[in-house]
Write a protein that binds this ligand. Structure first.
Ligand code: GLN
Length: 501
């Protein structure tokens, strides 16, 4: 029978398409780490407002500072790993710091809150960029399996995020906030144990670039490795101090943003024409991604409180936990839609109508704008009860996540294609830093939706709804506007991209 007659060449191709088993080690490590990361993030704002009794604008500022710092440190953690530690040690060290952070958060004491977050910020800086770089080391530069490896990895991130957001959100809101934080900590330990047991299978990958130099004492009897670890522990109280003076964050983020942009433009101007223009195209899209995250990250901020106050979570007489649902929906949709997009792009490609990367970015804004507008329509049609239906909420997220699928995974591969090979990790750091600025702006936008304490505590949805409605509609319209502007600019960016699509 002809169709079962597999030739050895075909077997080779099938073998080559299979991913190395180490990918699954990294997949599960990252899955549990994201479980704890998003599980904790789900609780943050609601905990500050309802338990620590922070005013909402203060809650948003602290959330913004946390979310911004957590995506700023990967630039530094990536640098130390490249230069000294290697990816594996960086991941272990980052993981240990994150475990400490989560466990400190679980302590029901006033001081623990800022310390816990500071440990997680430092830990994420070492963990997040380097686990992704480890995925890259499993494949040769031009290996065609690389894209699908990153897609699988992105799915692992979101399976973890969906479970963590749901479970920690549920436990935190329903039982006890500190149990929620503790649960996040337990899963971070699980992630770290998985990595510690399996890391031997990575062989030579991700080892320090110069083991010998790493062991040589640099100061008294301290080696570079000791100095990095000690230095990081010293940064923790400095981050805590920053939380106390959170107004300073405005200067830090805009200052760092300015420095990064000037630096990367300076680098670009010193390149040959083709490399320079490709990098310009990358920078253009990175700048726009900042705005994407500024709108998108309402999820972990204003939409958390909105879900608890203004979404009808009663389904067939059962009251669903708002916090858990809001944090489950985006990564849940990512997992479902990953299958659709994994089919869609090659399908369009075969017919030669796959949109280019900048056009996908433009669509991502338009889709996200539609999603926010769907939330707004829910508000507009329910001013009397103040509650929008869960279906309305789920559908709004459907469009927002279609937008995410056109930008977030696409952006990762865009960075690897448009930056000169020797600069990929640096540009990747800047890609994450763009989301740091985005998260920071997100908190500023979120705080425009602050509900005064008396209204929030009166527990009357019809009174809190107006605080959200008009801003949600403005976000929707602004996002669609940005998308249209990008469409106009697509031809210019395409020209800069040369042979890259
Ligand atoms: N949700 C993705 C993650 O957690 C992307 C986050 C980002 O790039 N800001 O990895």
């Amino acid at each position: 029978m002809k169709e079962f007659n597999t030739t050895s060449a075909q077997v080779d191709t099938i073998e080559q398409r299979k991913h190395p088993k180490q990918l699954y080690l990294l997949f599960f490590t990252e899955m549990w780490e994201r479980f704890s990361f998003y599980g904790m993030k789900a609780l943050l704002l609601a905990y500050m407002v309802s338990q620590l009794k922070f005013d909402e604008p203060k809650g948003y500022s602290i959330l913004g500072a946390y979310a911004a710092l957590v995506y700023t440190t990967p630039m530094i953690g990536g640098y130390f790993a490249d230069k000294f530690l290697g990816y594996r040690r960086a991941v272990m060290f980052g993981g240990v710091l994150m475990v400490i952070g989560h466990l400190v958060l679980a302590i029901p004491q006033g001081w623990s809150f800022f310390y816990g977050m500071a440990f997680i910020i430092c830990g994420n800086g070492f963990f997040k960029p380097n686990i992704s770089s480890l995925v890259g080391t499993l494949y040769e530069h031009n290996d065609p399996r690389k894209d699908s490896a990153f897609s699988l990895f992105y799915m692992g991130i979101n399976i973890g995020a969906a479970m963590g957001g749901f479970l920690c959100g549920y436990v935190g809101q329903t039982y006890n906030w500190h149990y929620g934080f503790g649960l996040a900590g337990l899963f971070m330990i699980l992630g770290l144990v998985v990595f510690a047991i399996g890391k031997k299978s990575l062989g030579q990958r991700g080892l320090p670039p110069n083991e010998e130099a790493l062991r040589t004492p640099r100061f008294l009897f301290f080696t570079n490795e000791h100095l990095i670890y000690i230095g990081t522990f010293l940064v923790v109280p400095a981050v805590v101090a920053l939380f106390h003076e959170y107004e300073v964050m405005d200067y830090i983020m805009f200052g760092l943003g300015g420095i990064c942009l000037t630096y990367i433009l300076f680098v670009a101007f010193n390149l040959q024409k083709v490399e320079r223009e490709k990098l310009f195209a990358g920078i253009f899209m990175i700048i726009f991604s900042t705005l994407f995250w500024a709108f998108y990250e309402q999820n972990a901020g204003s939409l958390n409180l909105f879900a608890m106050r203004n979404v009808d979570m009663n389904v067939g007489g059962i009251q669903l936990p708002g916090l858990a649902i809001n944090n489950f929906l985006p990564p849940g949709w990512v997992v479902v839609l990953s299958f659709f997009f994994a089919w869609l792009w090659p399908y369009l490609n075969k017919r030669k109508i796959e949109p280019s990367t900048p056009l996908k970015f433009a669509f991502s804004f338009i889709l996200m704008g539609i999603g926010f507008y769907v939330f707004y329509l829910g508000c507009k049609n329910n001013t009397d009860t103040g509650l929008i239906s869960l279906f309305n909420f789920v559908m709004g997220y459907f469009f927002i996540i279609c937008g995410e699928m056109c930008l977030s995974p696409i952006g990762l591969s865009m960075v690897t294609k448009l930056s000169p090979i020797r600069m990929v990790s640096m540009v990747m750091g800047i890609w994450f830093f763009a989301s740091a600025i985005g998260e920071f702006l997100a908190a500023k936008i979120g705080s425009l939706m602050s509900v005064p304490r008396e209204i929030a505590e009166a527990n009357k949805p019809e009174l809190s709804l107006p605080y959200y409605a008009s801003i949600l509609s403005n976000i929707g319209l602004a996002s669609i506007g940005v998308g249209v502007l990008m469409i106009v600019l697509v031809p210019l960016v395409r020209k800069w991209m040369h042979d890259v699509r």
